[in-house]
Design a protein around this ligand. Structure first.
Ligand code: ARG
Length: 393
């Protein structure tokens, strides 16, 4: 029997895949859940779901540190954001695929399976990496059998697969954020009910008192909160906790998927919004105008590469080189005030700041104002000529 490693989350799609791979594909199934910082119960649940379904070899692969240091930190330096979405799922997929390929090689499997549908982005992200790192056959039962979600539910019931809950949201979580799709949320006129959220308070439930957070960055990445030094994993989790408490990081967008479908997407990414907001605020006092402008172009290209599942494109590595060079100076401290779903920068400082209070101050006499006369006089020369010569044509 052919051995297949299934990327398993314990959700409806991948649970259904276990049985389909046996019944319809006649394969020996090995399951693996890659830990990219999802809540503990989402790591424990897959193991118990598999146990309840039969005797399978199941692996939990801890990739949290790698995800935080080698993926999220790069995204922070790049200010990666696609149409308002901090790319939580998109960033984790390549790493999950890499870990699954490694496991397939170790276990001598000739195939790798995933539970993606044929409508989403994750099929591209998984398969792009799998194909470039291995010769394994790729199996995608939900897509290949063209199953709808309610057909999956019926099939799950028929073979005793536990259904996650009465809600049919499709949820994906990792350290950088939580994505909630499907069910009633597919109607863009429906406001997401409170039960769709679990990382963030609504602004009504957020504390009455504002909180000021002091975040220190070193070379473009967060290094300490309120004076306390922390590693990547802890600092991101702490930011999720603090910003989530204050109701920050809920996103409700219509997103353009790779295949062109517009989809309604709900995200909770409190830590990502807190960190990215602080990071950009710090860059504003450090980078030159031309660097800031170019960084926006870099950021948009970077984000598209990540969203489109081409993490392994050499351009991404090229951009990382440029970004790392630019981020050497992005060191300093930012103070952010969080209150009832909103946040505001209330302070920033850096040893590399190009903001010079003495020079910009209205009280300064060192920069002689009279020296500006010539520069101002010939400013917008072409516009002046156009208005004089051509305007009455
Ligand atoms: N639309 C997002 C993306 O493509 C999130 C996908 C989340 N997946 C899920 N099964 N809920 O990255």
């Amino acid at each position: 029997m052919e051995k297949v490693v299934l990327a398993f989350s314990g959700g409806l799609d991948t649970s259904v895949c276990i049985k389909l791979l046996e019944e319809k594909y006649d394969m020996e199934v090995i399951t693996a859940c890659v830990d990219v910082g999802q809540p503990r119960e989402e790591i424990e649940r897959p193991a118990s779901v598999v146990n309840g379904l039969g005797s399978y070899k199941h692996f939990t692969i801890d990739a949290q540190e790698e995800f935080a240091n080698d993926f999220i930190f790069k995204a922070i330096k790049a200010n990666a954001l696609y149409e308002g979405y901090p790319l939580s799922t998109a960033l984790a997929r390549p790493l999950i695929a890499m870990k699954i390929v490694e496991l397939a090689q170790k276990e001598g499997a000739s195939a790798i399976a995933h539970g993606c549908t044929g409508k989403g982005n994750d099929q591209f992200r998984f398969e792009a990496i799998i194909r470039s790192l291995s010769d394994c056959e790729v199996v995608a039962p939900i897509r290949e059998l063209n199953l709808t979600r309610s057909e999956e539910v019926d099939y799950a019931k028929s073979c005793g697969i536990p259904l996650p809950s009465d809600k049919l949201y499709s949820i994906d979580e990792n350290l950088w954020g939580r994505a909630i799709e499907g069910d009633i949320l597919e109607d863009p006129l429906v406001e997401p009910p409170e039960d769709a959220f679990s990382w963030t308070n609504s602004s009504d439930d957020a504390p009455e008192e504002a909180q000021i957070v002091e975040m220190e960055f070193e070379n473009g990445v967060p290094a300490a909160i309120d004076g306390k030094k922390m590693g990547a994993l802890d600092i991101i989790s702490e930011c999720n906790r603090i910003a989530g408490l204050h109701g920050i990081g809920r996103v409700d967008i219509i997103e353009d998927r790779i295949i062109g479908l517009k989809s309604r997407e709900i995200y909770e990414t409190p830590g990502a919004f807190l960190i990215l907001t602080a990071h950009k605020a710090l860059e504003q006092i450090i980078l030159t105008r031309s660097e800031l402008k170019f960084a926006e172009t870099v950021s948009s290209t970077y984000s598209e590469l990540v969203y489109n599942g081409t993490w392994h494109d050499p351009l991404r590595e090229d951009l990382d080189q440029l970004i790392n060079h630019m981020q050497r100076r992005v060191t300093g401290t930012v103070k952010i005030k969080l209150h009832k779903g909103g946040m505001r920068i209330v302070g920033r400082t850096s040893p590399f700041s190009l903001y010079q209070q003495e020079v910009v101050s209205f009280e300064d006499k060192g920069m002689d104002q009279r020296e500006m006369v010539g520069m101002v006089k010939n400013y917008a020369l072409q516009a002046a000529l156009y208005n004089k010569i051509c305007k009455n044509d």
